[in-house]
Design a binder for this molecule. Structure first.
Ligand code: FAD
Length: 262
């Protein structure tokens, strides 16, 4: 209850706890389910851990943990077993303990069991990564994060329906066409809004957190141009320059809330 109240008063805050939970769940639950990780699946794993290591939202211990895990997955050229990956991840986690400072979702809290949680946190993690990448000169590849996300969702995301929908949408919305890092931030934001639109009113919607086009006018009045809806298509008349600024602001490491950490 206390967490739900916090989230309702801080509508667009990003919480460290959710980013941590996403990383924890992918590494200790989803990836280990795979018996033998090889070929394209191994490449997808290496790309995912590599971008986590690069734009790590964890503290100092978490940085060491992901650095070691990144080195570990890179040493495997042919295959790695899911259970071996898990065992190694557990060893690194105890070597650098504590790696995670949260035990629960905060911004991704649900009013009923079975809703929100991990899928919400996975979106947040990938928005975080696209934004960090756009603010960093270390790599010139505008597709690095989207490629890591596409691979993760295709091979490891446990929600098969979500994975299939995402791959279809990625092709339809030309995921590989982003030519700048800002375009990649916007590609993910627009795609997420398309999913929100599709799932509005669906049984998976948490009544306490209805699906809306993000950000709302209340959160970011400048993101909306006049007239608010485009004629004919009736779509929102976004000011994408403002949307980018808004996303860069809420995902800025200094603005990520530490609420709910141990
Ligand atoms: P979520 O949609 O999970 O969003 C999490 C948070 O991100 C929101 O609370 C908000 O703060 C912020 N946000 C919302 N929109 C945006 C945006 N456009 N840009 C930036 N931030 C935003 N579920 C299905 O039932 N069917 C599917 O096909 C399906 N496909 C999915 C594909 C992917 C890749 C993922 C990660 C999830 C998918 N899901 C699907 C799950 C679904 O999208 C939601 O995660 C789930 O319903 C929980 O919704 P939520 O209310 O927590 O908000």
């Amino acid at each position: 209850k206390e967490v739900i109240e916090e989230v309702h008063t801080q509508k667009h805050l990003v919480y460290q706890a959710d980013l941590e939970q996403a990383i924890k769940y992918t590494i200790f639950h989803e990836i280990p389910k795979y018996n033998n990780i090889s070929g394209e699946t191994l490449l997808a794993l290496q790309r995912y851990i590599n971008v986590l290591n690069k734009y790590n939202p964890l503290g100092n211990n978490g940085r060491m943990f992901l650095k070691k895990l990144n080195e570990y997955v890179k040493t495997h050229n042919h295959s790695v077993k899911g259970v071996d990956f898990e065992t190694q991840a557990k060893l690194f986690a105890s070597e650098f303990s504590p790696v995670f400072e949260s035990k629960h979702y905060v911004g991704c809290v649900a009013s009923k069991t079975g809703l929100r949680g991990f899928t919400c946190s996975l979106w947040k993690l990938f928005h975080f990564l696209t934004v960090q990448d756009s603010e960093n000169d270390a790599s010139n590849d505008p597709l690095e994060i989207l490629q890591a996300m596409h691979g993760y969702v295709k091979y490891f995301f446990g929600c098969t329906d979500c994975s299939n929908h995402f791959q279809t949408m990625a092709t339809k919305r030309k995921i590989w066409g982003s030519t700048t890092k800002d375009n990649s931030v916007l590609w993910l934001w627009e795609s997420h809004n398309e999913v929100n639109d599709r799932l509005k009113g669906d049984e998976t919607e948490d009544p306490e957190f209805p699906k809306v086009q993000f950000p709302t006018k209340e959160s970011c009045p400048n993101c909306y141009k006049e007239p608010m809806y485009l004629p004919i298509s009736n779509k929102i008349n976004w000011d994408k320059t403002e949307v980018i600024q808004f996303l860069k602001n809420i995902y800025h490491p200094n603005n990520i809330s530490q609420f709910g950490l141990n």
